[in-house]
Design a protein around this ligand. Structure first.
Ligand code: ACO
Length: 428
């Protein structure tokens, strides 16, 4: 990070020169790390919406132009031409794999997909309606106990990453099977990543799962779209936990918890619940639009709006197109898709949404696609987590390898009482 220019900050009669950090694309930054030492002041930025927490070379979001790139490649090209496994390699290693590298990487993913047999008993202890996100985050933390050698500083990071990506897929499928009261299906060495996952989800002793190539292709695309999104809430959680020196599993578990919230990855579940309630209440989308605009009502249009995109989310464009092709192919007629299309049109015609530049985000159509594949509503955020995992791992690696890495410890502007005189209560 070589400062290129200086920015001058005037504080009363004093001037402070702050170095600027040049980006290769997107916003440049102003380095305020020495501001407190030189002026006694801290900056205030609720939600860190205007704060760069790190330098990164993994992904780029241009929210005004609707651009998303992983390691410089446009998301549209990656979704059209790559498998999720290739994109995971790209994010973690920094380059697309050649054929031999892809073969080795895929083998690693297959080899490490079993979870320790003792971990299986954990699933039995959860109540039948336990949310799979709570199981997933607990299981990922537990991996640190079962595979303690895979900690920070592991010399073979590829194996560590492959192990985690493979095992999370198995944990997700096992948690679904357990929630159904069905026997678990073990991973198969002969199946590629996405087919293996769907087989573990839907194969059963009474009915074999039939692999449909269009479903596999759509799942690859969805996971690619979820795979990274620079310093979002869950990735920031991963990097924050990593900054204390915590191991990979503990850091990823924090990311899973952050993703669960309905303002973030949990929005895909919330969208399906919202569309279902519109359907139950007779299909009137305008009532929901009015509620979303009402400032006395905490309700928001789920799957709409984004902290960074102020134009159409490129991922939502792809998922919308995918609905047009996948659902007819599978002969699925989902009334929720018609409601979603009508809701989008009504919102994009409404001044409230136009003025605030609120467009569908990645979560608006993705749930409809997952439903068409047979994935239940409470598993939707787990699907997002499976997709986001390579991104989290790449950020954990980048953060822990950075020579600029410091423990993340923001300041505050205190507004509580100043010193109070302590009076002990009479405990007799
Ligand atoms: N419905 C109604 N109004 C909205 C919505 C929405 N979905 N999103 C934003 N707004 C309004 C806000 O009320 C605010 O209005 P105001 O200026 O009159 O006060 C204005 O638009 C700006 O909103 P902010 O809250 O400042 O936007 P922010 O960038 O902080 O929030 C967020 C982004 C959290 C995604 C928000 O748009 C939202 O809650 N969306 C619904 C939940 C959702 O879909 N989340 C998934 C995001 S994608 C992802 O994380 C994977």
């Amino acid at each position: 990070m070589t400062p290129t220019r200086l920015v001058k900050l005037q504080i009363d009669a004093n001037q402070v020169a702050l170095p600027m950090i040049k980006s290769t694309a997107g916003a440049d930054g102003i380095d305020i790390s020495k501001l407190k030492a030189s002026t006694g002041l801290v900056t205030m930025d609720p939600g860190f919406a205007n704060t760069g927490s790190c330098v990164s070379s993994i992904s780029l979001v241009d929210g005004d132009k609707g651009i998303l790139r992983y390691r410089g490649y446009d998301i549209e090209e990656l979704a059209a031409h790559c498998s999720f496994v290739e994109v995971a390699y790209l994010l973690i290693r920094g380059n697309l794999p050649n054929q031999q590298e892809l073969h080795t990487w895929s083998e690693r993913l297959n080899k490490h997909s079993l979870i320790h047999e003792d971990m299986k008993s954990f699933f039995n202890r959860y109540p039948p309606n336990a949310h799979p996100m709570s199981i997933l985050s607990a299981m990922v933390t537990s991996l640190a106990s079962f595979y303690p050698h895979i900690m920070q500083g592991d010399p073979n990071f590829d194996t560590t990453a492959a192990r985690l990506i493979a095992k999370v897929r198995t944990i997700a499928a096992f948690s679904y099977k357990k929630s159904q009261g069905d026997p678990v299906v073990y991973p198969r060495q002969d199946l590629p990543y996405c087919a293996n996952f769907l087989n573990m989800m839907f194969d059963s002793p009474v009915k074999s799962y039939v692999i449909v190539p269009e479903v596999i292709a759509a799942l690859n695309q969805l996971l690619i779209l979820h795979a990274d999104h620079e310093q979002n809430c869950s990735t920031s959680a991963v990097r924050l936990v990593a900054s204390s020196g915590a191991n990979l599993y503990a850091s990823i578990a924090a990311g899973i918890s952050a993703l669960w919230g309905p303002l973030h990855g949990g929005a895909n579940q919330a969208v399906i619940e919202m569309l279902t309630s519109i359907q139950t209440n007779g299909g009137d989308v305008h009532h929901v639009i009015e509620r979303a605009k009402d400032k006395t009502d905490p309700f928001r249009l789920m799957g709409f709006g984004h902290a960074v995109y102020k134009s159409y989310d490129p991922r939502a464009k792809i998922t919308k197109q995918l609905c047009d092709t996948l659902l007819p192919k599978l002969n699925v007629h989902d009334p929720l898709l018609e409601i979603a299309l009508e809701l989008e049109q009504a919102a994009l015609r409404d001044d409230y949404f136009v003025e605030r530049k609120l467009y569908p985000n990645v979560d608006f159509y993705s749930g409809i696609l997952y439903r068409a594949m047979g994935i239940p509503t409470n598993m939707l955020t787990v699907m997002f987590a499976i997709g986001r995992l390579p991104g989290w791992i790449a950020h954990w690696k980048e953060a822990t390898e950075s020579k600029d890495q410091k423990i993340w410890r923001p300041r505050q502007i205190y507004i509580g009482p100043t010193r109070q005189k302590f009076v002990a209560i009479d405990k007799r």
